[in-house]
Ligand binder design. Structure first.
Ligand SMILES: [Zn+2]
Ligand SMILES: [Zn+2]
Length: 388
């Protein structure tokens, strides 16, 4: 216990744990080892745990005093399916799997705060430490909600945090309103009539239609969406034909992509307009278009009151002014599903300069251990302020 007074967040152990998680990354819904370690570190601190929400999710619950208010703090645990290319002592030992988004750091910061709060117990109310699986596009947050996260553990507010290169590791950005865009996918299949490449007039050319479509979708954001509303439409996948048959115009072309927005209205508009363009181009070329829009993640929009609470906690722990005019990201985060169930705020914690230019999802990215202390202090201050 003597060492703890000098080291309230068990920093050496937490850095070692962070690097251990980094060396043993696991993909979404496969976080068996990671969630086992999380459960073990929570249990050892006397925190009640509940496992199995969203398959590999873990919820730790700490009740202190007679306060009736309840809040949730969320860390995501999953890694990405990509190789780690940087050499470091704790380089990923799993093939084609890497913590390239810093979720290893998120996990450890929340654990450090949970264990500290379990020792100090300087609050009154209930805090749920939510260790979420599968944030990277595999639907972990929705799976936890569907498994009853908010009915088993009612919460008045819920908070999320993500590391951000470019801000210092003792610097935070806390901003009300939109933080992350909706992240939806779409797919178009142009169905023409295949023919000999030398006799295009005998068929219906889906390849040329696809070319027009690829150019035309960029008029949606440029000409249809309100210029004051951010939006993105990108085509990201394309398949048609065969390079071993360059004298054949194929029957079909398949195109897929992503659509991003910060408001439900613009999200609806993108869904409509991509279909309008696809069907219009298909009609021009006398072919068919099958269109499918798949809603994946709503935008993350910070609640004003929850943001104020997060701002106050951030101000209490960082040695510099909290950034309040940080631009939203066109990335998405399924924390949006938690924010739909309770007042939510999603904040940014600095990860220091981008080392060798490596940003999130880069094969050389690494969470900065210097940020652990700031993150752990932030979570602690938030609980102590919110559950006074
Ligand atoms: Zn990510
Ligand atoms: Zn992430």
């Amino acid at each position: 216990m003597q060492s703890l007074s000098n080291d309230p967040f068990e920093l050496d152990a937490m850095i070692a744990l962070r690097r251990d998680l980094h060396a043993h990354p696991e993909l979404g819904f496969e976080e068996v080892r990671t969630s086992g370690l999380v459960a073990q570190w929570l249990s050892e601190a006397g925190i009640e745990i509940h496992r199995g929400l969203g398959k590999t999710g873990v919820v730790g619950t700490l009740r202190v005093g007679d306060g009736t208010r309840s809040i949730g703090l969320r860390a995501d645990m999953d890694a990405l399916a990509m190789p780690e290319l940087a050499e470091r002592p704790y380089k990923s030992q799993a093939s084609n799997t890497m913590h390239a988004c810093g979720h290893d750091g998120h996990t450890v910061m929340l654990l450090a705060a949970a264990r500290h709060l379990a020792r100090t117990r300087d609050f009154s109310g209930t805090v749920h430490f939510i260790f979420q699986p599968a944030e990277e596009g595999r639907g972990g947050a929705k799976a936890m909600v569907d498994d009853g996260l908010f009915t088993l553990f009612p919460m008045d507010a819920v908070y999320g945090l993500h590391n951000m290169p470019g801000l210092a590791p003792d610097e935070m950005a806390v901003v009300a309103g939109p933080q992350l865009a909706s992240s939806d996918s779409w797919e178009v299949i142009f169905r023409g009539v295949g023919t000999h490449g030398a006799k295009p007039h005998l068929g219906r050319d889906a390849v040329t239609a696809a070319g027009h479509f690829l150019a035309a979708i960029h008029t949606i954001v440029a000409r249809r969406v309100d210029p004051l509303q951010p939006a993105v439409v990108s085509a990201c996948a394309l398949s048609a034909g065969d390079f071993n048959a360059l004298n054949v115009i194929p029957d079909e072309v398949r195109i897929g992509g992503t659509a991003r927005a910060y408001t439900p209205a613009v999200r609806d508009q993108l869904e409509d307009e991509i279909g309008v363009v696809a069907r219009g181009i298909a009609a021009t070329f006398g072919i068919e278009a099958d269109y499918r829009f798949k809603r994946r993640i709503p935008p993350v929009v910070n609640d004003v009151t929850a943001t104020q609470a997060a701002l106050s906690a951030a101000q209490a722990v960082t040695g510099r002014p909290v950034v309040v005019d940080f631009p939203p990201s066109t990335a998405g985060d399924d924390f949006a599903f938690f924010g739909a169930e309770a007042a939510g705020a999603y904040v940014w914690l600095g990860n220091g300069p981008a080392v060798d230019g490596a940003l999130h999802h880069n094969s050389r990215y690494d969470f900065n251990d210097e940020a652990i202390i700031t993150g752990a202090r932030f979570w602690t201050a938030l609980v102590e302020q919110e559950l006074r």
